[in-house]
Design a protein around this ligand. Sequence first.
Ligand SMILES: NC(=O)C1=CN([C@@H]2O[C@H](COP(=O)(O)OP(=O)(O)OC[C@H]3O[C@@H](n4cnc5c(N)ncnc54)[C@H](OP(=O)(O)O)[C@@H]3O)[C@@H](O)[C@H]2O)C=CC1
Ligand SMILES: O=C1OC[C@@H](O)[C@H](O)[C@H]1O
Length: 367
Amino acid sequence: MTTPFNLKWGILATGRISHIFTKDILMPPSTRQVTDVSHTFVAVASSSSIDKAHQFIKDFEADLKVAQYQTTGAVRPYGSYADLLADKDVEVVYVGSPHSDHYKTCLAALRAGKHILCEKAFTLNAAQTEHLCALAKEKKLFLMEAQWTRFFPSILDLQTQLNSPQMPFGRIYRTFADFSIQAPASAAHRLYDPKQGGGALLDLGVYPILWCFILFYRNPENTLTPPSVTASVVNSPLTGVDEQDTVVLKWDKLGFQSTCCTSLVGRTEEWALILYGEKGNVYIPHPLSRPSSYTVHMHGEAHVKHQIHIPGQGMHWEADAVARSISKGELENPIMPHQESIEIMKVMDKVRKIGNVSYGELEDLEK
Ligand SMILES: NC(=O)C1=CN([C@@H]2O[C@H](COP(=O)(O)OP(=O)(O)OC[C@H]3O[C@@H](n4cnc5c(N)ncnc54)[C@H](OP(=O)(O)O)[C@@H]3O)[C@@H](O)[C@H]2O)C=CC1
Ligand SMILES: O=C1OC[C@@H](O)[C@H](O)[C@H]1O
């Protein structure tokens, strides 16, 4: 057996999602039948205090002891992102800060020569995403938005089936997709705070939209044509960010439309996505970030439920894809290419324009 390609990760930010991601990359790859790549967690940085970085490492004491590719006690804590970016041993950074920070931190990481996996939403607007992608190419560094759901093997299968010439569900008539939660109604919470890129769209609404891209953007008849966009937005009485968005994506070349909804009030119940086809329907349960199954109902036949088996939280699959790309010298990954991130950001720009949601100078490009 050949030695797996090992990638050394630095984690930027010590919040909730950084914990989930780190736990997943510490899982032995064999638990998901992966043998070609592996991961090492070498450093973590907090922008607010080195104590948080120390605590973060402590939180993983047990995982680090059993992780296959780790040396216990070797993870380095840093009290600023800049200090971690200066660590020569770090090959790739995972950016787990709020959306409002992604652009600035990715710019700094690229300038420091690091490959990047950056949480969704990639940036606050399409211009920032375009700038990062161009800079990454110029510096010959790998850059990818962490649309982790795309990398679940069962979801890749569904994408392949849908876009195959056999068209198992026949022509698609329409889709309905929703990702809504009951968020804490507090102006200081990141989902309501404009300084943290708050609002339903960038945090949750990105999922119904990315699902429509997974299912239709690469359809051979669509020829990578972005959908036309209309939307309606309800602004939050607390802070003015978008609290509810309904986005209609019209796939002109495919001849149907997708309704994408998101809300910070009134959680999605039961089905989060319904795809209506000429021969059959597909139902996907909440949450669209990590669905546990999908159900196919061919007209006139019984429903067939397909379980989506997810070891851990399922973020390791995107990390594996990053490692594979870097091992091959790829600057972007074919499952989550730059252009698709840019098109999705453009959709969200249009919706925010309709809803008068702006993040002010945080949306500027660095000169
Ligand atoms: N893929 C997924 O399923 C999920 C993705 N996310 C994405 O991850 C990102 C972070 O979300 P989440 O982990 O829930 O958020 P948290 O608030 O839990 O953590 C964010 C962390 O970012 C750091 N940070 C840097 N700059 C700021 C700032 N200006 N204000 C506040 N915190 C800052 C802080 O860590 P420190 O002080 O150590 O630097 C903070 O702990 C978001 O972009 C979100 O969309 C979130 C949840 C799920
Ligand atoms: O990406 C996400 O998925 C799960 C949600 O709860 C979270 O707010 C969001 O950032």
